[in-house]
Design a protein around this ligand. Sequence first.
Ligand code: MRU
Length: 367
Amino acid sequence: MNINNQHYRTIWVDPDNQANIKIIDQRQLPHSLVIEDLRTIDDFARAIFEMHVRGAGLIGATAGFGMYSATLSSSNDLLATLQRAADLLVKTRPTATNLAWAVNRQLAVARNAKTPEDLKKKVFELACQIADEDAEACRCIGEYGVELIREISRQKKGEPVNILTHCNAGWLAFVDFGSATAPIYAAHHEKIPVHVWVDETRPWLQGAKLTAWELMQEGVPHTLIADNTGGHLMQHDMVDMVIVGTDRTTATGDVANKIGTYLKALAARDNNIPFYVALPSSTFDWQLSNGVAEIPIEQRSGDEISYVSGINKSGSMENVLVCPQGTITANYSFDVTPARLVTGLITERGIVKAEKQDILRLFPEKK
Ligand code: MRU
C-alpha cells in the first residue's frame, strides 16, 4: 500500500544487495518512517521479538527471510545452522502460527536440496515466495470481503458503512493489503462510502499508531476510539459490521487475536452485528480444535502496560509511566474468540462459516 503516495511492502530485498533485507521499523510509526536493514539471524530474531515487525503474516514472511539469512553464514553444516536458526526464531513470538509455518517450510525445502548452493538458492526463492503468497492472499481476501460491504452499503442506500476493527490487521501486519483492512481498501477504491472505528488497542496501541496511520495514508475515513467504546457504539446502531484479523485459527474456527477481541465479539453478538474474521490460510493451525485450551497465549513485558510511548512537544519519542512505580502488571497479548461468536471467516478462497465442515469444504486438501 502507499506511504506518501509511494507503494511499499512491509519487507523487501535490497535491490543492491541480496543479503540485505529491508523492513519498516513499526515501533517508530506513525511519527517517523524508519527503514531498517536486517543482515544476521540475530537481527531477524530481535526484529520479531521486539516488534520492529509484527502481525501474523509479516512475522511469517520475516521468519522466511531470517532462515535465508542463516544460510549466508560460513558454516560447513548448513542444515544444522538452519535448525538452530529455526529454534531461535520460533521462540520469539508464540501465538502467531505463521512463524512456525514459514520456518518449517524452509526446513523442508533445505532438506531436499542437493548441494549447499542449491540449498541457498531454494531457501531464498521460498522466502520471496512466502512474501508474495501473503500479499496475494490478502488481495484475494479484499475481493471476497468487499462483497459483504457492498451488500450492507446497498441496504443502507449508499450511507457510509461503519466498520469496527481492533488492533492492526492492516497491510503493516502482512506483506501488503492486510487481512481485515483488505475488504475496506477494496470498498474505498470502489468508491463505496465506508467509515472505520479504530480501537486504540492497549497496551501497544497498534490501532492508534498503525491502523489510524494506514487508513490516513489511503484516505479512508476513520475515527480513533478508546478500547472500551465499541459496545456503546453497537448499542446505538453506529456499527454495521466488525472485521478483525487473527494470529492463529483452529480447524474448527476459533480465532486467537489481539487481547480484547473476544469482548468485541460478545458485544457484537449481543447487538446482532456481524463479526467477521479475515485471514490468509497460513493462519490456520490445522492440528488444533479447541482454541481456548490449546492456543499458546503470549505474555509480554509488563512495561508495555505501565508505560505509554509517544512523541513529546519537541518531537522526540518518550516513554511515560502511567501507574504507580512498582505496580504489578499482567500483559496477556491475545485472547481467543470461540467460533460460535464468529459470523464468518474471510479467506483467500472465499467466505466460510467458522465451523470445521465448511472450512474443509474450502480447503479439502486438509481433510
Ligand atoms: O502483537 P501483534 O501486533 O503482532 O499482534 C498481531 C495483531 O496485529 C493482531 O492480533 C491482528 O489483529 C492479527 S495479525 C494479522
